[in-house]
Design a protein around this ligand. Structure first.
Ligand code: PLP
Length: 279
């Protein structure tokens, strides 16, 4: 079964799927993106991802050339061409190719790229055991709510995790937890789930929203507020949320054991509810 490539309304063989060296996505990171997961061939929360793509584009005055219905048709077509049941759909929308000049080009001709690849979820052993994380200073810009391809600070943070031999880097700004390099972060203390509020300092994860709704349905209290970084080692539970990670327990941060050293009861409840929703 093939990986699928799509550029500007055409499905192409992977080798033929190329874009101009003048593309502003390549030159300036002047582009936005989405990552969508399928479960048994169905894109999960597609409408939310497409709404966020629209919002990211609008915030940067990027032209979004396709309607949501058109996107849904392209995605369905791509999924049937791939035949994948568990797929990772990547969409990127750039400000197009133009001679290299920082200010916007006079003509607005965006480049739209979509790829569809098979997705290999994390194994059940990792989910059962939980993962380790480290904390690092958040070096990102002031509009983390826009899902832009300007990911250099996230790339460096992921590299820090790799060097530290842990799964994720938790980003800390002015002494407070923002989110992970590729995830949102939630902590549980005395039965209350805390997570950074929506705003320019975090990406409002699609998974974050769904997990907070699941928590409400379970009558679990939620506080959307910034968690002091020095509280992080003392809370009962920490978990990450994200399209590819789902609900993933964190059991050690900077070498400090969190809670019992295993994913805690609220993490396990929310992970189980997530599995019911998507399974
Ligand atoms: N925060 C950051 C920085 C991310 O890169 C991601 C996902 O890639 C998330 C949060 C989680 O977002 P979502 O749940 O929409 O995948």
């Amino acid at each position: 079964m093939p990986d699928i490539a799509f550029i500007n309304g055409r499905f192409l063989a992977w080798e033929e799927a190329t874009i101009s060296i003048d593309d502003r996505g390549f030159q300036f990171g002047d582009a936005v993106y989405e990552v969508i997961r399928t479960y048994r061939g169905n894109p999960f929360e597609l409408a939310s991802h497409l709404a966020r793509l629209d919002r990211s584009a609008r915030e940067l005055s990027l032209l979004q050339p396709y309607s949501r219905d058109q996107w849904m048709r392209w995605i369905q077509q791509g999924l049937s061409l791939s035949g994948y049941q568990d797929a990772k759909i990547y969409i990127q929308l750039t400000r197009g190719a133009a001679p290299r000049e920082h200010s916007f080009p006079s003509e607005n001709r965006p480049t739209v790229v979509m790829t569809i690849r098979e997705f290999h979820p994390l194994g059940p052993e990792v989910r059962r055991a939980g993962v380790n994380a480290c904390t690092r200073e958040d070096l990102r810009w002031g509009r983390c709510d826009i899902k832009s391809v300007n990911l250099l600070a996230n790339v460096l943070a992921r590299e820090e995790a790799k060097k530290a031999g842990v799964f994720e880097t938790i980003l800390v700004r002015d002494g407070f937890v923002m989110e992970g390099a590729v995830s949102n972060v939630m902590a549980v203390q005395r039965g209350v789930v805390m997570t950074a509020p929506e705003g320019p300092r975090i990406l409002s994860g699609v998974t974050r929203t769904v997990v907070l709704e699941l928590a409400k349905k379970e009558d679990i209290a939620i506080e959307e507020r910034f968690i002091p970084a020095d509280l992080l080692y003392q809370v009962d539970e920490v978990f990450l949320t994200g399209t590819t990670l789902e609900v993933l327990g964190v059991v050690q941060i900077d070498g400090n054991i969190i809670g019992s050293g295993q994913p805690g009861p609220i993490t396990r409840t929310l992970a189980a509810r997530w599995a019911l929703l998507t399974g």
